[in-house]
Design a protein around this ligand. Structure first.
Ligand code: NAP
Length: 281
């Protein structure tokens, strides 16, 4: 990992960089697979070694792009994939994981997440996760799109096992988790993976982000990501299919937002003052 990237400690003690790489919409054929894989490799070159994917993305196509990108450098990568809730029965989770491993061209996934809450009881999914862990097919398991009440229920049902992460929508325009889930997760030692950290691109070009960016000689994307890097226990996973934009995003780790910058951001994107249900994309 490059020294500049802040790290987040996972339960169990492993450290991962707080800036990773998303893959949603990769493998859909809009852009060339080679360019998408090159973008992920550009991130790896800079130490952005957390790659987030899912069986859902492009029906497995994104996992194939990841498989291509990590060929020959598997050991550098902290791989995250997800099982769809419809597949998250005891047997279904195991079959889904095995299919993901095949597409990824590897024999293990570092972190395997339940994509969102579905109809299968947590106990069944957790049992499957623990089986996969015992077989060495996954290193740890976690969840995604879980609000604080879901997390509390999960902790109770999964006991004595615990999730290693919760991946949720979190960016300047969607600060709802700052009301309760973020602090709760920090206290529990469960990292938050912030998905859509650029709000799927909607934050790009925002005048306040541009203004702060000018002071630091970066663009709006880097300011949006730098904001997330100020939060303890948060891993941001921006997606870009362009090596150049991945390198741009890395620059978020090179700036330090001042208290005045943070005040301006709070003014433009007020933090929550009451509980709001967790938003999802
Ligand atoms: P995002 O990372 O907030 O934004 C991605 C968009 O921003 C893309 O259109 C990308 O275009 C553009 N972009 C990225 N860097 C840029 C830059 N420096 N300058 C200009 N444009 C830039 O949105 P996201 O893909 O929804 O979220 C990130 C990742 O989180 C996903 O890829 C996925 O892995 C994960 N995710 C998880 C869930 C879940 O339910 N668990 C839901 C959504 C997302 P280009 O590719 O053309 O650069």
């Amino acid at each position: 990992m490059k020294a500049e990237l802040p790290a987040v400690t996972l339960p169990g003690g492993r450290q991962v960089p707080a800036l990773g790489l998303g893959t949603w919409h990769m493998g859909e054929g809009e852009a060339s697979m080679a360019e998408e894989a090159a973008s992920l490799r550009a991130g790896l070159d800079l130490g952005m070694t957390v790659i987030d994917t899912a069986e859902m993305y492009a029906d497995g196509g994104a996992e194939e792009v990841v498989g291509e990108a990590i060929k020959g450098r598997r050991d550098e990568v902290f791989l995250v994939s997800k099982v769809l809730p419809y597949n998250a029965s005891r047997a279904g989770t195991i079959a889904a994981c095995e299919a993901s491993l095949k597409r990824l061209g590897t024999d293990h996934i570092e972190l395997y997440l339940l994509h969102w809450r579905g109809r299968h009881p947590f106990s069944e999914t957790v049992e499957a996760f623990e089986t996969l862990k015992a077989e060495g097919k996954i290193g740890a398991w976690g969840v995604s799109n879980f609000d604080i009440s879901d997390m509390r229920e999960l902790l109770e049902d999964a006991e004595p096992h615990r999730p290693a992460a919760n991946q949720v929508l979190y960016n300047l325009a969607r600060r709802g988790i700052e009301f309760d889930l973020l602090r709760w997760s920090q206290v529990q030692g469960i990292p938050i993976m912030a998905y859509s950290p650029l709000d799927e691109g909607r934050l790009l070009g925002h005048p306040v982000l541009e203004e702060i960016g000018r002071i630091h000689n970066v663009g709006s994307a880097q300011v949006a990501l730098a904001f997330l890097l100020t939060k303890a226990g948060v891993i941001a996973i921006p997606k870009s299919g362009s090596p150049e934009r991945v390198r741009d995003n890395f620059r978020a780790s090179e700036i330090r937002l001042t208290s005045e910058d943070l005040r301006l951001l709070d003014e433009a994107f007020p933090p929550p003052t009451r509980k709001r249900p967790l938003e999802m994309i």
